[in-house]
Design a protein around this ligand. Structure first.
Ligand code: GLU
Length: 507
């Protein structure tokens, strides 16, 4: 087998959609699995759709996700340049080759001509049927054609498709996909106006010159594949043709149609890896990174949207994905985008991280709140609360009471949990705790439980009031762990404060 070389070839038309990220990921996994190379090529021949900043965005997104590029933009390599707008001269040669072989032709029809044709017949297609009634080098004499070109008239070069054959795309995911040539139109390959090829020609020429072995891309490109197959043949590169693999669509969460940016806005989840501000409209979109996702969770989540390992395993590191990945386990049908599952993946990856690492991340949030916390203590707080969150930025909501005394008490909890005898019980509890030298959770728990039993109190009633006093509401980890961390003095002062505050309210 020839060396595996795959490419991710986005057009810089805006932020990279999460579906594009998945395409990049599958290319990467496939390349690494087979000891091959992954290239990053920028397909920017359509200047009308170019968006400044989009290329940097793509590079940054791949970096954040740990999708490393071996060659191309940001990596260099033997096929430079990797930006198609810088490869103008390279393509012209192949345009001429096709023209000389009679496999392509010049067309001079203006936009108005074409619009008129389309208005006349809505199904108008520039093809074998219609081309002889248009203005092109097949209908004009060679002299007339040359004169028009010499005089600087704008033209395009179109591929000449013969309508009497079945074109077969052998797709590694979909099998043999046959399309009749008569449904294809004579696509534009080159425009004299900017001297640039269109997507189709540039894409095929570069895949050939860059020795791409496998074209792995989204399903939306499947309709272009027959034309690409034809171009390989027309250019005499049939033997070098890469294998194709068209990935299933990412579907809306309810499975009805393609996932779009609007679904994200509507349902409140990001559809982009990083936050993005559209330079033209100023419109802002949220990103997975800014929402607090770990890149490895996003990778894990996306890997399973359209591929499955054939086992029950759901949690994967990048290396495990590389080892397990194969194109034959990519599904043909679209994959529903289940955002809740995405959160679950983040939770799982969070739980796999050390308390040290999470504490470091949490520390940044605390610094913003002007809270200085001892790192050993912070690690213990993280260990007690991480089970309850999906994201590091949710830790504060689950642990604020470790850092600050509650100022208010949840009204519902007070009504339910602060009973008439609670002030009395809490006063007794204070006396008990005050006498304890050893304030470790195990020790306080032991003595408090003994006291509750000896008094014949209800454990639930005492512990609920205790929690309300210390935390301010009915939540949080094990009470004795909490008081061990906040310490005796703070525990007593919180109990006293609750007794004063909540008893006053009752009067
Ligand atoms: N430039 C195309 C895109 O934006 C690439 C399609 C392909 O991979 O061939 O996705």
């Amino acid at each position: 087998m020839k060396k595996v070389r795959v490419r991710f070839a986005p057009s810089p038309t805006g932020a990279l959609h999460i579906g594009g990220v998945r395409t990049a990921l599958y290319n990467y996994l496939f390349a690494k699995k087979h000891g091959g190379d992954m290239l990053l090529r920028i397909e920017d021949t359509d200047s009308t759709r170019f968006v400044p900043g989009a290329e940097d965005y793509i590079v940054e997104a791949l970096q954040w996700l740990g999708i490393e590029v071996d060659e191309g933009i940001g990596g260099g390599g033997s096929c430079e340049p990797y930006r198609q707008s810088e490869r103008k001269e390279i393509y012209r040669k192949y345009v001429d080759q096709l023209l000389e072989a009679g496999l392509a032709y010049y067309a001079f029809d203006t936009a108005e001509d074409l619009n008129r044709k389309r208005a006349e017949s809505p199904n108008f297609q520039y093809d074998a049927q219609s081309r002889m009634s248009m203005t092109n080098s097949l209908t004009l004499s060679p002299e007339e054609t040359q004169t028009r070109i010499r005089e600087g008239q704008q033209y395009v070069v179109r591929i000449k498709i013969e309508p009497n054959e079945e074109i077969v795309v052998n797709d590694l995911i979909r099998g043999a996909v046959a399309i009749h040539a008569s449904v294809l139109d004579d696509k534009v390959l080159y425009k004299s106006s900017d001297g640039l090829p269109t997507y189709h020609l540039a894409n095929v020429v570069d895949d050939y010159l860059m020795r791409i072995s496998h074209v792995i891309r989204g399903e939306e490109w499947l309709p272009s594949a027959p034309l690409h197959v034809l171009l390989y043949r027309y250019l005499g590169w049939e033997k070098e043709m890469p294998a194709f693999a068209h990935l299933p669509l990412l579907l809306k969460p309810d499975g009805n149609g393609k996932l779009s940016k609007r679904d994200g806005d509507r349902l409140g989840f990001p559809v982009f890896p990083l936050a993005w501000k559209d330079p033209k409209t100023g419109e802002k979109s949220s990103g997975y990174r800014e929402a607090g996702y770990f890149p490895e969770a996003v990778v894990n989540f996306l890997a399973l949207l359209g591929w499955n390992p054939g086992t029950e395993q759901e949690i994967f590191s990048m290396q495990e994905l590389i080892d397990a990945f194969s194109l034959d386990r990519v599904s043909k049908s679209g994959a529903k985008f289940d955002y809740e599952k995405g959160k679950w993946f983040n939770h799982k990856h969070l739980m796999m991280k050390s308390d040290d690492e999470i504490a470091d991340l949490f520390q940044h949030i605390l610094v913003e709140k002007d809270i200085v916390e001892d790192s050993e203590r912070l690690k213990r707080i993280v260990a007690l609360t991480k089970e309850r969150v999906n994201f590091v930025n949710e830790l504060w909501g689950q642990s604020h009471f470790f850092f600050e005394t509650p100022e208010t008490y949840d009204a519902k909890a007070v009504q339910k949990r602060w009973k008439e005898n609670s002030p009395q019980q809490m006063t007794e509890l204070m006396q008990l705790l005050e006498g304890m030298e050893d304030f470790s959770a195990a020790h306080t728990e032991n003595l408090v439980m003994q006291w509750i039993a000896s008094q014949g109190y209800a454990i639930g009633a005492v512990m609920n009031a205790f929690r309300l006093a210390v935390v301010g509401e009915s939540k949080g980890p094990h009470m004795f762990d909490i008081i061990e961390i906040i310490g005796k003095e703070e525990t007593l002062s919180r109990l006293q404060r609750a007794i004063d505050f909540l008893s006053e309210e009752e009067d």
